[in-house]
Design a protein around this ligand. Structure first.
Ligand SMILES: Nc1ncnc2c1ncn2[C@@H]1O[C@H](COP(=O)(O)OP(=O)(O)OP(=O)(O)O)[C@@H](O)[C@H]1O
Ligand SMILES: [Mg+2]
Length: 472
């Protein structure tokens, strides 16, 4: 399939400008990973003596390639923050026909990549394993937003993979084409105060207005009410049938500020957040962890080992991680640098020494105990102490509220309300098949709280995540 005429003319028109400004080496990495440029072609371009000559050679090659190459080049410009150059190519982006997108087995066509890059949806983590069942459950709920606006909540405990799943769910041609032709816009929220929330919405409005035309650019809204109205207008009139993804919501105030009758997917540890907003609501719980074979796949990918070549400790490590993608990934990343520490990390896990299993990455926290501490920190003071008490219970034992009513010396109804709060905030599990309900801690809850309690009597200040401030 040759390059469409419109795209070709556009490249010829803006060729000089591109040759002046681009750094081909950065762009080519993306194009190679999209499979539109070969390593030999890259080598040939790299051997040109100046940056400009390399750019000339790349453009020359691009003109002989196809629509996919044009789209991949466009995406590479966006990823490398050449937004103004990408805008020059935007209007002539070729349409990929449905028969072509079927050749992308996971539905992640160049069109999808473009829509998601423009909307700021994060890419997959470097080491990634698929979780088809959960992804399909989220997609199925998103399809329900096709006809009418509403909320899809993805909830679960710290590091269970909610944000990765949300990004993965929209990496699908059919879903975007049928339900969200207006695009997908990602907003990372985290714990923030009102001025920060206003700044986030301002930057979203700016991003949306900028993609329209220069006349749409207005002064930034200067209050939350004004920001809400501006966003409502943009989403309803200028970006109808688009999806807003709100990642990592902690407080319902954020949802009230964004309750604008549009289509929203949100990730949170707190199940009950959407109680305070109106419209259709759907939820997907990320309760089940990774299966053992997926955990092993993560370790194999990090350590560049074949599955069969993994040492005997690998399986025990995966079991100790209790299906947490975060913990397996942390250990994989550590083993990548220190490949002879399999036994050491297994022992640390067995002794619940989460402090030793720590590594900086794009994730907001460096370790599981930090990520968990953030959830405990936002509990009201008196409930935080009660939560700590739960560690006196034996691991893996399920108990009714009555037992805690003795331990805490409280009315059973009050105990039930507190336990419900812990469950909603993904700090406790409930077996609702049993009457009365039985409550229990996930092994990783138990270990993290224990390690926090031991080491600092819950002096939580050093655990504040990188991107956060405080609640209001
Ligand atoms: N499918 C996956 N494949 C490989 N690694 C994964 C996958 N899902 C999650 N991870 C790893 O786990 C980490 C945490 O995932 P993610 O950020 O999605 O968790 P979360 O549930 O959103 O956590 P939080 O409640 O703190 O927002 C990722 O940074 C990544 O390293
Ligand atoms: Mg998240």
């Amino acid at each position: 399939m040759a390059l469409e005429e419109g795209a070709r003319s556009c490249l010829l028109r803006v060729r000089n400008r591109l040759e002046q400004d681009i750094k081909p080496s950065y762009l080519m990495d993306h194009m190679i990973s999209d499979g539109v440029l070969t390593v030999d072609e890259e080598e040939k371009i790299r051997t040109q003596s100046t940056r400009k000559d390399q750019a000339v050679e790349l453009l020359e090659l691009l003109l002989r390639k196809d629509n996919h190459a044009y789209i991949s080049f466009y995406n590479a410009l966006i990823k490398e923050a050449y937004d103004d150059l990408a805008n020059l190519l935007h209007d002539d982006l070729p349409n990929i026909s449905p028969s072509v997108y079927k050749s992308f087995p996971d539905g992640c066509t160049p069109y999808v990549q473009t829509v998601l890059s423009e909307g700021g949806v994060p890419q997959r983590p470097v080491v990634f394993v698929s979780r088809p069942e959960l992804v399909n459950r989220i997609r199925e709920k998103l399809y329900r937003l096709q006809k009418e606006p509403g909320w899809v909540t993805v909830f679960g405990m710290a590091g269970s993979g909610k944000s990765v799943l949300a990004a993965e769910a929209v990496r699908h041609h059919g879903l975007i084409e049928e339900c969200f032709p207006g695009g997908v816009h990602w907003l990372s929220i985290g714990q923030l105060d009102k001025p920060d929330l206003l700044a986030k919405i301002q930057s979203l409005c700016f991003r949306l207005e900028q993609s329209l035309d220069s006349q749409s650019l207005q002064r930034p809204p200067n209050s939350l009410d004004e920001a809400k109205e501006r966003l409502r207008f943009l989403m309803l009139r200028r970006y109808p049938r688009s999806l807003l993804i709100l990642d990592d919501i902690w407080d319902s105030t954020v949802l009230k500020a964004l309750d604008i009758h549009c289509r929203i997917l949100l990730t949170t540890r707190n199940r009950s957040l959407t109680d305070s907003v109106s419209g259709a609501k759907y939820e997907v719980e990320v309760e089940s962890g990774l299966e053992d074979n997926k955990g092993l796949e993560i370790l194999a990918l990090y350590t560049k080992t074949k599955l069969q070549g993994l040492p005997e400790e690998a399986r025990s490590i995966v079991r100790e991680c209790k299906g947490s993608p975060l913990v397996v990934s942390l250990i994989g990343a550590l083993l990548k640098d220190k490949p002879n520490r399999w036994r050491y990390y297994l022992c640390q896990l067995q002794q619940k020494q989460f402090k030793r299993i720590r590594k900086s990455s794009s994730y907001d926290y460096d370790a599981l105990d930090q990520a968990m501490a953030a959830s405990i920190e936002v509990l009201p003071d008196e409930h935080r102490d009660l939560y700590k008490d739960l560690t006196v219970l034996e691991k893996d034992i399920k108990i009714p509220a009555k037992v805690l009513s003795v331990l805490w010396d409280m009315e059973p109804e009050e105990v039930e309300d507190i336990l419900e709060e812990f469950v909603n905030k993904s700090l406790l599990y409930v077996d609702s098949n049993n009457k009365p309900y039985l409550y229990y801690l996930h092994d990783l809850h138990w270990s993290s709280v224990l390690s926090l309690t031991w080491c600092s009597s819950l002096c939580l200040s050093p655990t504040t995540p990188k991107s956060t401030d405080r609640l209001w």
